[in-house]
Design a binder for this molecule. Structure first.
Ligand SMILES: *Cc1c(COP(=O)(O)O)cnc(C)c1O
Length: 399
């Protein structure tokens, strides 16, 4: 019995079965590499669903987190904190929004945006109480709370968890005509992912966000972009929507914001919107804690100092080029932006899971998204040589 097997048994027995992880047990990580409890080394091509854009334990972020631990880690929002003030200034300068509201998880940031949209709908747009509608897209993934799964189109996420929160309308992703038709005088906002990561790296046609923003503006409807997975360099731009000439009214970030160390998420908007919250209307005990803020500050510094956004763009092109050259009989399409890459397999290939298991046996960790897509989303610090190593294994497995 290996150490891994013993621990997996404990998991099966004592942990809720809300995940189906690959059968390895990790103990250590560094950069793009992780080690299991039996000492086997793997390349991490999942990056905690893009929360690890900076790689595991980036030394500069770890160093600043350690120093922060020697000062103050948590104080709640009942008091001001040095690090929160610095974080708010830094992230609003980076993103060019007036204001920020920090939370912890991505789902909490999405919930925050939904509350904000509804308040704006009643106070500013003067939609009758409580009739505001928010338009979302099919195959969306915005998190796991009851309200968020209320507007999921995925049966697994949703089916056992009603009664559901009303006030949402689902339209097909990438369909501008559907958006036009769905808007009514009661529409408050359009919430969308620039690339649908969890749905299998689905990319709308070029110009979709721009067209959507134009229609929304014409109808006094807010745009809210969920960049929790696609943000902070993942797709080769600071935010994925920057591939187009758009600026959402509300920007939602999370995952990599904490530099792969601490959970921290945020909602960004200008003062006429985010200024609507008054004391008592929203909050979070851990939201914006000094330790998470310092990790986010370090993460933003590293993103810039190490040119990770440019790297993501270059390495992404390099990776996709190499994957396209493989000419595997199983592959239907290679797609992506920056280092968010999907290999969609043909139905005959029999699902992506068994390929992910074969890659794991060779020391490369990635995960199927939905049935037929292998997602490759390594930390942005990955080198060309490391990509070459990974592609060789993908090639052998897809032969
Ligand atoms: C991961 C993710 C979320 C939810 O974030 P959590 O931190 O898991 O709550 C929301 N939206 C998108 C696009 C995501 O990828």
């Amino acid at each position: 019995m290996t150490k891994s097997n013993t621990l997996i048994e404990k998991m099966n027995k004592h942990s809720a079965h809300n995940y189906k992880p690959l059968p390895i047990v990790l103990e250590k990580g560094e950069g793009v590499w992780v080690w299991d409890v039996d000492g086997k080394k793997y390349m991490d091509m999942l990056s905690a669903y893009s929360a690890l854009n900076h790689g595991h334990r980036h030394p500069k972020i770890v160093d600043r987190a350690k120093k922060q631990l020697d000062k103050i880690a948590l104080c709640s929002r009942a008091f001001h904190a040095e690090k929160l003030a610095q974080f708010c200034e830094r992230i609003t300068n980076l993103t060019k929004y007036d204001m920020v509201l920090p939370m912890n998880s991505g789902a909490e940031a999405v919930e925050t945006a939904l509350k904000l949209i509804r308040k704006w709908a009643y106070v500013v747009k003067k939609i009758p109480k409580y009739e505001a509608e928010i338009i979302v897209c099919s195959n969306n993934f915005h998190g796991r709370t009851v309200t968020i799964v209320s507007f999921s189109s995925d049966a697994d996420y949703r089916d056992s968890f009603g009664p559901f929160t009303p006030g949402f309308k689902i339209i097909p992703y990438g369909d501008i005509e559907a958006l036009k038709k769905a808007i009514t005088p009661k529409t408050a906002a359009f919430l969308v992912e620039p690339i649908q990561g969890e749905a299998g790296i689905l990319m709308p046609a070029k110009g979709y966000l721009e067209a959507a923003q134009k229609i929304c503006k014409e109808n006094n409807v807010l745009t809210a972009f969920d960049e929790i997975q696609t943000g902070l360099g993942r797709t080769g731009k600071l935010f994925c929507h920057m591939w187009e000439n758009v600026r959402p009214d509300i920007l939602i970030v999370g995952k990599a914001l904490g530099g792969g160390i601490m959970p921290i998420s945020a909602v960004l908007a200008d003062e006429p919107i985010l200024g609507l919250f008054t004391p008592g209307e929203h909050g979070s005990t851990f939201g914006g804690n000094p330790l998470a803020c310092e990790c986010a500050l370090a993460a933003m510094d590293v993103l810039e100092d190490e040119h990770l956004i440019q790297r993501s763009q270059e390495m992404g092109e390099y990776l996709m080029g190499k994957l396209r050259d493989l000419n595997s009989p199983y592959v239907k399409e290679i797609r992506g932006k920056g280092l968010l890459v999907g290999i969609e397999l043909k139905k005959e290939a029999g699902g992506a899971r068994k390929f992910c298991e074969a890659l794991m046996a060779r020391g490369l960790l990635c995960k199927e998204t939905h049935e037929h897509v292998i997602r490759l989303a390594p930390p942005l610090v990955i080198t060309k040589e490391e990509i070459d190593w990974a592609v060789q294994h993908v090639k052998d497995v897809l032969k």
